[in-house]
Design a protein around this ligand. Sequence first.
Ligand SMILES: [Zn+2]
Length: 310
Amino acid sequence: MIQKELSEQTKKDLKGYFENRDYMVIAVPKSEPARVYVVKATNTVETARRVHNLSPGATVALGRAIVGALLLTSLVKHATDQKVLLKIEGNGPIGTIVVEADGKGRVRGFVENPQVETYTKEVNGKRKFDVSKIVGNEGTLTVVKELRMGTPYTSVVPLISGEIAQDLAYYFAQSEQVPSAVGIGVLVDSDGRVRQAGGFLVQTLGGISDKVVDLLEHRVNSLPPVTELMEEGKRPEDIATMILEDLKPQLVGLKEVEYYCPCDEEVAKSSLLLLSDSELEDLFAEGPAEVVCRFCGRVYRFNKEDVKKG
Ligand SMILES: [Zn+2]
């Protein structure tokens, strides 16, 4: 694990190395038990938009869930294949949202209704996406942790807002018993393209002093929205430093983030093998069958002979 001071030189190195790429930084105060995760996922969310041909409303909703799932990788071992699945089933018109991310920063997702109508609302005189209306403010948020081969751990909490960031903070407090603050933002251009996407997660751990808890709370509450900071050119390490100012921030983790789907012919074929013989008969009655990956849209074609069992 890396551990180095989040100094001006470190920041310069990161900027030089990552340029326009997406990545996550993990930072901690030098001598207090707290953790800060900040992620930039602009290209990743833009890829999702193109893969699924998302409406602006769907881009913001799935984009927030993608950033959220990346923040949830705080639950799995850094830089491993361990996975976390985020499923949001709200009563809004977008339907189910599913996102999967792993410890290496690879993420993929889809929504039930990619062309969902884009609802907006006015906040302080500005038009904003009404994500709560798109997702719904009633329903469930499910997190499945796949730590190693074997039984995955599943926990479900009710949706409390449908804005996703607040729902994740609630999840961390309820299911993981870790007091957490979550901020997520996705900014879409007038042509529908993703301009900025990112977020942060701040967690305080046992043994932390009340003074530092108060300080972090104050910092998080007075922090401008993530996308606003990103518009000003702030990078993940800059935002982490803003949150941990005066606490000697140390960089302890770093990973590149990308939209990645590991599906292949074998995975696609295995979905057909789950069907019964008569279902397969029906499927192949009119020629070859197609399996479309829900995460990346790739199409796999099989002939009847390809899926002979056993
Ligand atoms: Zn795929």
